[in-house]
Design a protein around this ligand. Structure first.
Ligand SMILES: C[S@@+](CC[C@H](N)C(=O)[O-])C[C@H]1O[C@@H](n2cnc3c(N)ncnc32)[C@H](O)[C@@H]1O
Length: 625
């Protein structure tokens, strides 16, 4: 997208919040430097980062003004209050937008089992303040055992119950955030009990505000944290998170007890030895800048050790580093996507494959998994795709019109591409698919009918392409025809969720419509898709090539035969030389109506390039006119 289009959109979003161009300009300039011109991050959440930066800047100006006026003995509250009000109003508006555009992330569950995902995708930070005109204290169920120092805990020697006395806690405040107008305070009583105190700027609310219940607050905070930070741990709870704050607080307090008062923690954002933040302020998910990514990513391994082998990146063209994203070796389920597989269900006898034994490809009659979908096995004993099977898949992908297609009246997938202009349904193929044996089968782990589930095993490299296509993926070794390369991993979304996302930004999701037409798999809230933009694996670097790409995506059922969800695995369509780029036909159409803007100007170089055809056709049309 041309830079001024980005700028215009940013101005427009801010204007909608009542912020003038003059206010936006200097802040946007700073933000662009800070975010290394990463418009995607800036535009995220309806330009939330930009709005926040503007309000922060206004706030600091207002504070400076207040200080100046205070010196003169002036009453300076009004301007700060105005800023607070403005910020509140805009935050509310942003939040409304956000609620509209992106529904609360209930849980990002790990694909399938619903087991706890690794916690390395960030942890929550305390959110910005809500509004209230009085102090509100949340008492956490943390009651340390009395120690020598707090033996008379219950009355604290003053006759007050330390669990209800806000005043005394406030007097003994040990830690607070920087802003005094709306603050988070941590306080401990002499008994060692800890309270978290949320206090809000008196001017930001009315006198009729209702104190929410702890349960309401907990639920709202959980939704907010899950939505903002995309926490993957299905057991995440704000209660426990706050409990952790209390525990850390106590530990820090104990460690600090023998030190002079100035060395006590003064801010929840504590700095580590090397200056890095090791406290509670966590960069929200996927809001890492390119520079951050350079620091956390390794040139030796863009997967950060999440695959069984390292995948290095190299840039011999310029000094750019790979774009920021979170590497996930397997897909994750976003909010509403119904992927209901669980190991528990697999215990049912009718779900088991009774014929699996040893290596299912070794016996003359293959097991029922290996032959489930076509009657023939999909893999050879060398772990490659059977040639006939592969050729049929390639033919389906390259010449879909030659195969049986199913058409819908009002295609939800077309809707997902462009909600304004509804294109007619392009038809859905009932695609060839693979069923692999799995852990519920009686065969060995090295059974020949298990390929995709064992993950990437060829030497790959991310590299910067020399011809304007950004980063790409290439193989460092020769690959035979029919070899598995990698899976497309990303967030699993429903079409409705995708529509909401696509109205924000252009993404290239993969629609899982291989079984379109079956009752379970069709419809906006049933059909699923994968978005690898923010959370993805190595496949997010695979560039597009029209028609004669050297990779093909094939649906693979691993855990079960659920038509709603399957893995999408990339296999080679021909022998590939070492250092050759790996490409895939995104199926993208280069005509003006499909996407609100042209997806990209295709530089695939293929003689079948659809974009070239379009350009030359329109040139010819112009000449004729
Ligand atoms: C999934 S990403 C592929 C990785 C990407 N090249 C990168 O640098 O991160 C898709 C994007 O890559 C670029 N791209 C992919 N194939 C292309 C092609 N044939 N011609 C031009 N750009 C391409 C487009 O910008 C597209 O939006």
């Amino acid at each position: 997208m041309a830079p001024n289009t980005h700028v215009k959109r940013a101005f427009k979003a801010m204007n909608d919040l009542g912020i003038t161009d003059a206010q936006v300009k200097p802040v946007l300039k700073n933000l662009l430097t800070l975010y290394d011109k990463n418009w995607e991050l800036i535009a995220e959440d309806n330009y939330r980062a930009l709005a926040d930066a503007i309000f922060d800047s206004q706030e600091s100006h207002a504070t400076e003004e207040v200080k100046g006026k205070e010196k003169k003995g002036d009453e300076a509250e009004s301007s700060a209050v105005e800023v607070d009000r403005g910020k509140k109003k805009a935050l509310e508006s942003l939040e409304e937008d956000e609620d509209e555009l992106e529904p609360p992330l209930k849980r990002l569950r790990r694909r399938g089992e619903g087991v706890s995902a690794s916690g390395d995708l960030g942890s929550p930070s305390l959110e910005e303040h809500t509004t209230h005109d009085e102090d509100t204290t949340i008492s956490l169920p943390f009651h340390p055992q009395p120690t020598e120092n707090n033996a008379d805990a219950e009355t604290n020697g003053h006759g007050d119950d330390p669990r209800t006395s806000i005043k005394r806690y406030s007097e003994q405040r040990l830690a607070t955030t920087l802003e005094e107008s709306s603050t988070l305070e941590l306080a401990s009583s002499e008994t060692g009990e800890v309270k978290i105190n949320l206090s809000f700027a008196p001017a930001t609310g009315g006198s009729n505000l209702r104190v929410p219940t702890m349960e309401e607050l907990r639920r709202a905070m959980e939704d907010k944290c899950l939505r903002s930070y995309k926490i993957l741990d299905p057991d995440f709870s704000v209660g426990r998170f706050m409990g952790d704050i209390v525990t850390c607080f106590l530990e820090l307090s104990k460690n600090a007890a023998n030190q002079p008062p100035e060395s006590l923690p003064t801010n929840v954002e504590e700095k580590g030895e090397a200056g890095e933040s090791k406290g509670l302020v966590v960069v929200p998910e996927c809001q890492i800048s390119a520079e951050d990514f350079r620091l956390i990513s390794s040139i030796n391994d863009v997967t950060l050790g999440k695959e069984t082998l390292e995948i290095p990146w190299v840039n011999e063209v310029n000094s750019k580093v790979p774009p920021p994203f979170r590497y996930i070796p397997q897909s994750y389920v976003y909010l509403d996507a119904a992927v209901k597989f669980s190991v528990g269900n697999m215990r049912d006898d009718d779900q088991r494959c009774s014929s699996c034994c040893g290596d299912c490809l070794a016996p003359s009659v293959a097991c029922s998994c290996a032959t489930a979908l076509s009657g023939l096995t999909s893999y050879t004993k060398d772990g490659l795709l059977q040639n006939d099977f592969l050729e049929e898949c390639v033919s389906e992908a390259r010449d879909p019109q030659k195969h049986v297609l199913q058409f819908c009246k009002e295609c939800p997938l077309e809707k997902a591409k462009n909600i304004e202009i509804l294109e007619p349904c392009k038809g859905h193929l009932k695609r060839k698919a693979i069923k692999e044996c799995w852990i519920n089968c009686g065969c060995i782990n090295k059974c020949g009918n298990r390929v995709v589930q064992h993950g990437i095993h060829n030497k790959l490299q991310v590299f910067f392409t020399p011809n304007g296509r950004g980063w790409g993926l290439r193989t460092l070794e020769k690959l035979p025809k029919g070899a598995f390369v990698c899976e497309f991993a990303g967030e699993i979304l429903t079409i409705s969720e995708l529509i909401k996302r696509s109205s924000e930004k252009l993404t290239f999701p993969v629609i899982l419509d291989a079984h379109w037409g079956s009752e379970e798999a069709s419809g906006v809230d049933k059909a699923l898709c994968l978005d690898g933009m923010h959370y993805g694996n190595i496949s997010r670097f695979i560039n597009h090539r029209c028609s004669d790409a050297n990779l093909i995506d094939i649906p693979v059922h691993v855990e079960n035969m659920d038509f709603n969800y399957y893995h999408l695995a990339f296999f080679t369509t021909r022998d590939i030389e070492a250092l050759e780029e790996l490409t895939w036909d995104y199926g993208v159409e280069f005509n003006d109506h499909v996407y609100p803007t042209l997806p990209f100007h295709c530089q695939c170089g293929s003689e079948f390039c659809r974009n070239v055809k379009r350009i030359s056709k329109s040139k010819k049309a112009k000449k004729r006119a």
